[in-house]
Each structure stands twice: as C-alpha cells, then as structure tokens.
Design a protein around this ligand. Structure first.
Ligand SMILES: [Zn+2]
Length: 69
C-alpha cells in the first residue's frame, strides 16, 4: 500500500491509514508541518479501525501471492 505524501510540502513520507490510526498527530520531517488526523469522534474512529481490519483480512487472504507495501 503506497503512502500518501505530506499535504503541505508534497514530500513522500509514506503516510498510510495504518500509521494515521496508530499515530494521529504527526510532524512532517521535511517541512515540520503538524498533521492532526485525530478523528473528531469515536464513531469515525471505530469506522477507521474497521476499515483497517478489512485491509488486514485482505492482506492475509493474499499472503504469499501478492506483495503489499
Ligand atoms: Zn511536509
């Protein structure tokens, strides 16, 4: 899974949904912009976690067949 670039300086910083969920507040190592991806409420947080679980399921299903990331 390819990460998304920094929204400010467009540097490729390998931002992924997984990273965002684990670490919602990050600082870009290039432009020092603080990125806050903290979900505004628990409902959205849960939806993000479920989405991530689905990605993990797909990854496991194709383990050994497709190379991710
Ligand atoms: Zn940046």
């Amino acid at each position: 899974m390819a990460g998304i670039p920094c929204p400010s300086c467009k540097s490729p910083i390998g931002l992924t949904l997984e990273l965002i969920i684990k670490n919602p507040i990050m600082v870009c190592p290039h432009c020092k912009t603080i990125m806050n991806f903290e979900p505004p409420n628990d409902e959205i947080k849960e939806k993000m976690k479920k989405g991530l679980a689905e990605i993990e399921k797909i990854k496991n299903k194709y383990k050994g067949m497709v190379k991710f990331g």
